[in-house]
Design a protein around this ligand. Structure first.
Ligand SMILES: Cc1ncc(COP(=O)(O)O)c(C=O)c1O
Length: 570
């Protein structure tokens, strides 16, 4: 059994990432503001390549979308050929639109939707199940027909799952413990699958989260080998073994975890021929690839303590504050804030536990100084909340060439609690008042009822700027001096259709394309009568079971005065 306090194993200990110490934190603050998520593609690629040494294929790495459902990460992973572990339809949609095909998507959650599971098997996806009743219902729905997907069983191996360094949270994290709700107990699997007509082709164990030694991984891998051999004996050719996620990562210098390199080497030694191996690393794949830029909003003195209050806290970093897993924080010069002082970095929320780092020496940090919270990639954004009305940060990706791509901050009106609400329902009664034709005429807009018909626009030029993005210049003409919302829908609607047809190599406008959903923001006025540059970009198209395709188009005028997205079917 490893003990990471012993010096021999220390060599195999994970160390903190170094990419953030090379960032010019002040420049990022000036260019992108605060708070901002910063993602390192280089670190992400490195982690993927390490895990691929074990799986022998990037496609056998199934990234748990729950860890970080940002499209900034998902698109990079999709382009590398990585797959996704998804817990529901929303996570599956994110993976598909990012470009991860069904064959590399695994659906696995404690409540398995029978209809979704059946459809996914028909689409060629992996469905990981641990509910015998649900498995039998899926079997009924498939009516003995073969399917291109794969059914795997999640196993509760009944082996020792233990942490070296115990802390209060471990019972929340030991997913494969004998007492947990996950997985069919190993001893119940053979009797169950003996009578199952659907083929089971894989087994899955997820030991738990932030595992600090290899014992649990080894024990569960052995248990899977044994069970897979026994299942062959009852007619199930199990060839896929998914060892789940769970490898822990350090957040501060004091935290001790096996290194990824060590995990890969040790686990690779246990592999047997005739099996294909899969992993689902969350923390270990993306935890050290993301940092959160924040700033000191104010400094308060209370008794002997200095409180440096930032513009982000439990809203994005619930795991840090609620589980008390403090993360390293760098000052504007990229140096870690030293321990042992009487200062604390706290978030801005109405919650006493909203503390990011306590008992440190904040040195001469001033109000408005940027600081960087490192190792913030796993279960941060995905657990983010709107407590105290906080809004989501913007996103920046640093790619191999140092280029950056951003996603805007969440806006004041992006909150679905506000925009999906149906107002005044309790007061609504049949015909409280009938509004006369004359009154309507007096109040209605001549522009919208009559003159809008005269609005015209002309394409000046259209350029393809990327595989799925376009820049378009249009000249507009209208009796009003700005692009109204209905006019904007026409311009963007047509530009989206033209570019989509062009991408599909259509010779003329003959394919039916339906706009199904529209979000439109017009917070600034875009003038008519002068050329306007608009940008359009597309997600990957997603094929539905009925043969139609769905795609998301994002559109923006140059200064984001007018922007939004369409969901289209074709
Ligand atoms: C099924 C499954 N796979 C993988 C993971 C990733 O775990 P980790 O982030 O500890 O690697 C989780 C997390 O809970 C999970 O539930």
């Amino acid at each position: 059994m490893e003990n990471f306090t012993n010096t021999k194993v220390r060599q195999n200990q994970a160390i903190l990432e170094t990419w953030t110490s090379k960032l010019n934190i002040r420049d990022y603050y000036i260019n992108y503001g605060s708070p901002t998520w910063i993602v390192s593609k280089k670190q992400l690629t490195h982690n993927v390549e390490q895990f691929a040494r074990f799986t022998e294929s990037k496609g056998n790495i199934l990234f748990p979308v729950k860890t970080n459902p940002s499209l900034v990460l998902l698109e990079v992973l999709a382009q590398m050929g990585v797959g996704a572990d998804c817990a529901n339809r929303q996570e599956i949609d994110l993976a598909l639109f990012a470009g991860i095909p069904y064959e590399r998507i695994a659906y696995n959650c404690p409540v398995q939707e029978v209809c979704l599971s059946t459809n996914l098997l028909k689409q060629g996806a992996i469905v990981v199940m641990d509910d015998p009743a649900a498995i039998l219902k899926v079997q009924d729905r498939l009516k003995g027909r073969s399917f291109p997907g794969q059914l795997w069983i999640r196993v509760n191996p009944g082996v020792e799952i233990r942490y070296e360094q115990t802390n209060d949270n471990q019972e929340l994290m030991s997913h494969a413990a004998t007492s947990s709700k996950f997985g069919i107990p190993a001893e119940d699997i053979l009797p169950f699958v003996k009578n199952l007509k659907m083929p089971v082709t894989g087994l899955h164990v997820h030991v738990g989260t932030q595992m600090d030694n290899l014992t649990s991984f080894r024990n569960s891998m052995e248990a899977m080998h044994e069970l897979a051999r026994a299942m062959k004996g009852v007619g199930h050719e199990v060839v896929h073994l998914d060892v789940g996620g769970g490898l822990g990562i350090p957040f501060t210098e004091e935290d001790e975890f096996p290194s990824l390199d060590y995990w890969v080497s040790e686990m690779s030694e246990m592999k047997e021929e005739n099996f294909r191996y899969y992993v689902e690393p969350g923390h270990a794949l993306c935890g050290n690839t993301v940092a959160l830029l924040t700033k000191v909003e104010t400094i308060k003195h209370s008794r002997n303590k200095r409180w440096l209050v930032t513009d982000v806290g439990t809203d994005q970093l619930a795991k840090v504050t609620l589980l008390r897993w403090p993360h390293r924080i760098l000052n504007p010069d990229g140096q870690p804030l030293p321990k042992g002082g009487n200062d604390a970095i706290a978030g801005p929320l109405c919650f006493a536990g909203d503390i990011l780092l306590d008992k440190i020496d904040a040195g001469n940090l001033q109000v408005d100084d940027p600081i960087l919270i490192t190792h913030a990639g796993a279960y941060t954004f995905s657990l983010s909340n709107r407590f105290n009305g906080r809004l989501g940060p913007s996103w920046v990706l640093i790619d191999e060439n140092g280029h950056e791509k951003r996603m805007n901050k969440e806006g004041r009106y992006d909150n679905p609690n506000l925009t999906n609400y149906f107002w005044d329902l309790r007061q609504e009664k049949p015909a409280v008042e009938t509004i006369s034709k004359e009154r309507i005429e007096k109040l209605s807009s001549i522009y919208l009822t009559k003159l809008a018909e005269e609005d015209k626009f002309e394409y000046l030029q259209m350029e393809r700027t990327g595989e799925r993005s376009f820049a378009i210049d249009v000249m507009t003409e209208s009796r009003v001096s700005f692009i109204s919302m209905p006019f904007a829908i026409r311009i963007f609607g047509d530009a989206v259709i033209v570019t989509l047809l062009h991408m599909m190599n259509s010779e003329k406008k003959e394919l039916p394309i339906w706009g199904r959903k529209l979000n439109l923001d017009c917070f600034g006025q875009v003038k008519t009568g002068v050329p306007v540059r608009i940008r359009v970009s597309f997600s990957n198209p997603v094929k539905e079971l009925n043969g139609t395709n769905t795609i998301v188009a994002r559109f923006e005028t140059e200064c984001w005065d007018c922007s939004g997205n369409f969901l289209l079917k074709f």
